[in-house]
Design a protein around this ligand. Structure first.
Ligand code: HEM
Length: 701
């Protein structure tokens, strides 16, 4: 019997081997042999084995196709994310499995990091996931007007009903996968489904992450959300009359106290839904779409349009924004770029401290070898921030710590201040009215921007000439600044480089100089905290042997100090988004396209979100302490997702490095530990800059 089986199997096995190895000669040889063998074998036995082999082959092919499709789906996902052209092979591999790909746990998590565990890291993969996980199609709700206008249709990832850790890639209209599988879903009524693993509605029923979406059926009407007054123009008049713009953050805090965790506000031409709780922010974040949009700063946009300047990432939207943003990320957000500019920031921070030390020694009073001087550090901090920005962006120092800094720089600093202060009152007027409004407010605003542009223009010209003059034969390896890198890359037109660099300049000075004032004040009025941070800084600095990156990594309390400062004094008091699908917040239905603002000032001071919110405690952000807390969406000063602050890495490192060197050099004290009054001028700042006492440490470390 054994010999019969062996003989009958031998030929087909050989044929198969030859097919796999591509050995034609051997294949034809074995064909010959087979004809010999089959002549002597029972054809029924042979057919049955051949059928078995055929089945096996099909199974293997199906498994291979599945694996290929899995890889193709991942490749397609990243291609779309990084805006690379699609690949026909990937599409074919996806088509081979009918557009269905079940991703295993790790891969699924890569494309769908539902709830960001950490809210402070920039992760290209996470930030540009660009995937929608639910939407009207999935929740069964009707498409809203705004939904129809949106032309984004990213891949959909749906949680399966029958598997805990598996995701189904579907692609009904997906431009990546190019496969139409609409029919797969259309026949299903949802409740009784022959193919529950393919049923969209069934998937939604078990989505565990969108608590609020689950209650969508019972959600209350949008109009039922409490508001602060239904007439936007009356409200705007009241704001102007009472000068309430400068107390916007307090107004928000008070409105939440009065109306609960969600309310609507109508101001002039703008209406918004205001929220603050992390669970609502999470829901908003998940619905921001591939091209997240913020509220347009209309006065800024009108300036660009009337002066015929291009817009940079701050003012752009859609695919244009994304294209510029990906190029900027490469130069300022990814870790290789941080390595490039960190030494430049460190150099400026060290120079600042040396110059301040000289001044304290020269002008302060001395006791037992310790020099002490009380001063308002804000003008110096503005100069520091400008010097640091220019060094990173243009690759050149502008000498602001010298005894007579240039008028040009002082003019720039004052222009940014004027531009910021005149923005909020102009923010809620329609653009046409802005243009007609030849009032001094608009003129002040527009000319402030003109000054900012002309400063940037001069710097750009200078850097351009410097780059041109670099000998091409022996290329200078030094970092040419972000501007130089963008020029070298040659992917953005000069006009777009100018637009973006000007925005980076305008956005990069006050935003860091002001939190530094608050940080110094809080460290000075919390001496125990100051000592803790200093102890960590000194030990880390010693171990890092002058390497700024290592020094920062070894002193996480510095990062905690910045996060804690921005919790209490967020530079921008809101982060705004227009959800691309209908969502449910606090059990109210919020249609797609509604302006939703996360109010950071009330969030940072909420006892519901932070324990002892009034305490300045950098250690609350340490990994251990944070792990026990309610999770993400609590530290949002830089915004979130792919549209988060593009200058974040510059800002964080710049501020941490300066604090590090100040703590190594000085002891900080304040005469009064009273709360600082704050005002809102597009950014949150102290009403009166705090005076800080700097005392030199006897042994500088
Ligand atoms: C403590 C310092 C800073 C804070 C708190 C801050 C905060 C923010 C916030 C909240 C946003 C909106 C993000 C969102 O919508 O999710 C933003 C956007 C932006 N920031 Fe910052 N920022 C800071 C420093 C900087 C610096 C130093 C620069 C330039 C070097 C900069 C340039 C920008 C730009 C260009 C955008 C627009 C990004 C986009 O729309 O793609 N910021 N910033």
């Amino acid at each position: 019997m054994e010999s019969v089986v062996k003989r009958s199997l031998l030929a087909p096995m050989k044929t198969l081997q030859c097919c796999v190895s591509g050995d034609k000669q051997q294949a034809s040889r074995s064909q010959g042999q087979r004809s010999k063998v089959t002549r002597v074998q029972d054809p029924r036995v042979l057919r049955s084995y051949e059928a078995e082999l055929q089945k096996e082959r099909k199974l293997r092919e199906a498994m291979n196709a599945k694996k290929n499709a899995e890889r193709a789906a991942m490749r397609a996902h990243f291609r779309r994310k990084y805006q690379l052209s699609q690949n026909a092979k990937d599409s074919a591999q996806l088509r081979a499995v009918g557009g269905k790909v079940f991703l295993s746990g790790d891969l699924a998590r890569m494309v769908r990091p539902d709830a960001p565990e950490k809210d402070d890291g920039f992760n290209l993969i996470r930030a540009f996931q660009g995937l929608k996980f639910s939407g009207p199609m999935f929740t069964g709700s009707k498409h809203s007007r705004a939904d129809k206008t949106t032309n984004e249709e990213p891949c959909r990832v749906i949680r399966r009903t029958d598997a805990q850790d598996t995701l189904l890639f579907s692609s009904s209209q997906c431009s990546v996968c190019e496969i139409s599988i609409g029919s797969m879903f259309s026949s299903c009524a949802g409740s009784v489904c022959a193919r529950p693993h393919l049923c969209v509605r069934a998937s939604v029923c078990v989505r565990p992450l969108h608590q609020s979406s689950r209650s969508a059926g019972a959600a209350r009407l949008f109009q039922e959300i409490p508001d602060t007054g239904s007439n936007g123009w009356m409200n705007l008049l009241r704001f102007w009359r009472d000068g309430r713009f400068s107390r916007m953050h307090k107004h928000m805090e008070e409105s939440f106290r009065r109306l609960g965790p969600i309310y609507r506000e109508h101001l002039g031409s703008q209406s918004s839904v205001n929220i603050m709780l992390p669970m609502d922010t999470g829901e908003l974040f998940r619905s921001e779409g591939l091209h997240p949009r913020r509220m347009t700063l209309q006065p800024w946009a009108t300036h660009r349009e009337t002066r015929r300047h291009s817009k940079g990432v701050f003012l752009k939207n859609g695919t244009e924004w994304r294209a510029d943003r990906l190029l900027l990320n490469r130069e300022v957000m990814v870790s290789s770029s941080v390595h490039r500019f960190l030494p430049l920031l460190d150099e400026v921070a060290q120079d600042f401290c040396r110059s301040l030390r000289r001044r304290v020694q020269a002008d302060g009073f001395e006791k037992a070898g310790q020099h002490t001087l009380t001063l308002d550090p804000s003008p110096d901090l503005f100069r520091f921030a400008l010097e640091a920005s220019c060094h990173v962006l243009y690759g050149e120092r502008i000498g602001l710590f010298s005894s007579c800094p240039s008028d040009e720089s002082e003019r720039f600093i004052s222009a940014v201040e004027r531009m910021l202060a005149t923005t909020p009152p102009l923010l809620y007027l329609p653009p046409r009215l802005l243009l007609r409004l030849r009032a001094s407010l608009w003129t002040t605003h527009a000319t402030a921007w003109d000054d900012i542009f002309s400063h940037a223009e001069q710097r750009i010209q200078r850097s351009y000439q410097r780059l041109q003059a670099r000998p091409s034969a022996a290329p200078d390896c030094s970092f040419p600044g972000v501007l130089g890198k963008l020029m070298e890359a040659g992917q953005l037109s000069l006009e777009l480089i100018r637009a973006n660099i000007t925005e980076l300049m305008a956005g990069g000075v006050d935003t860091t100089a002001v939190p530094l004032q608050f940080a110094l004040f809080e460290l000075a009025r919390n001496p125990d905290v100051q000592e803790c941070v200093r102890a960590q800084v000194l030990s880390s600095w010693q171990q890092a042997s002058g390497d700024p990156l290592k020094a920062l990594q070894g002193a996480p309390l510095l990062k905690g100090t910045i996060k804690e400062t921005l919790r209490l004094y967020p530079v921008g008091i809101t982060v705004q988004r227009y959800p691309v699908r209908d969502i449910v917040l606090q059990n109210y239905h919020v249609p797609a396209g509604t302006l939703v603002q996360v109010c950071l000032y009330p969030l940072g001071r909420s006892a519901e979100v932070f324990s002892r919110p009034e305490c300045f405690d950098p250690s609350r952000w340490s990994a251990d302490a944070d792990a026990g807390s309610a999770g993400g969406f609590r530290s949002l000063a830089f915004g979130f997702g792919s549209r988060q602050c593009v200058g974040r890495r510059i800002a964080e490192n710049e501020m941490q490095l300066l604090l590090m060197h100040i703590l190594r050099t000085f002891k900080l004290t304040v005469s009064s530990t009273e709360e600082l009054s704050t005002k809102y001028t597009l950014i949150l700042q102290p009403e009166c800059p705090p005076r800080i006492t700097f005392s030199t440490l006897t042994h500088q470390h």
